[in-house]
Write a protein that binds this ligand. Sequence first.
Ligand code: NAP
Length: 334
Amino acid sequence: MTVTARRVHLAQRPVGLPDASTWSVRETRLDAPGEGEVLVKVTHLSLDPAMRGWLNDVKSYVPPVGVDEVMRAGGVGEVLESRDPRFSVGDPVSGMLGIADHAVVKADELTPIDLSVAGPATWLGALGMPGMTAWFGLFDVARLQDGDTVLVSGAAGAVGSVVGQLAKARGCTVVGIAGGPEKTAWLTDELGFDAAIDYRQGDLNRAIKEAAPKGVDVYFDNVGGETLDAALRNLRRGARIAICGAISTYNATEPVPGPANYMSLLVNRASMTGFLVFDYADRYGEAVEGMGAMIADGSLVAREHVVEGGVDAFPDTLLMLFSGANTGKLVLTV
Ligand SMILES: NC(=O)c1ccc[n+]([C@@H]2O[C@H](COP(=O)([O-])OP(=O)(O)OC[C@H]3O[C@@H](n4cnc5c(N)ncnc54)[C@H](OP(=O)(O)O)[C@@H]3O)[C@@H](O)[C@H]2O)c1
């Protein structure tokens, strides 16, 4: 079968926040899938802060998206045609499908998903890449221990909201940092965080001190910048910082200053470790099993912020990540 795909291409590299000139929407006739390939009707797209980094022409953990290429994106969809015995027409799948309404992809790069465990958007959130990031970042990188006090920034987002809930489920004390009163209320009232700080109000350092008077054992950093510096001032001896991301710096047009308070690592015999979720790919199954069970018994709230707009809405919807307009995992339906 051949189909016409509507896809978003990188038109030019942005400086600062991407805008309309960054993208072009094009229609392209796709070749029918070849041997070992699958044609997928894309239904849901994952919008991720990392997308901003993929637009920069710099060496990173993956090559940048090239000018004129289809924008890289994770997504879920349904198999329309399969030339691989592992997939049949109608199967729900996830994979790197690009910002597109249809994609022809190698079967090796697709993962079957079970919609009886959770809906498609959740397979991009708590049971997808952000959930995997939370699980391995908290348990493997930050080496969560019973009794820890955990501080997490970007706490009302896809990764942060799962981090806090996993730490609560382990009986830890959890303090979240997020933007605005609705988000902080959601964290304490519905997710059971012990405290939540609105970083846009008042003195962040003082607020962390009040919420965690004995200091922080684990800081799960999603935002970097001044928030990381405030967290560094509030470490407890032996603290572990997991550097997951630094969204506050992703659109910077000037060099970003390093953390001023890093000597707190020495004073507190603490460590700060960066990590990439993809390095845990061969263990995703254990995290899906663990969090799938928690979703089923109600101990993990998987929240998605679903925008129904199709691929044409991608440029505007992506910006929601940088203004903080999303609560939970940002997903675009196609
Ligand atoms: N290391 C890895 O393998 C890996 C994998 C996945 C994600 N990540 C990283 O994890 C972080 C969270 O990703 P996510 O998918 O869960 O996104 P998300 O938290 O769902 O969405 C981004 C959130 O960041 C906050 N934000 C935006 N600009 C900010 C600023 N200047 N200062 C402070 N907060 C700001 C906003 O919330 P507020 O309203 O609270 O400001 C926004 O809702 C990102 O840094 C991402 O790059 C890393």
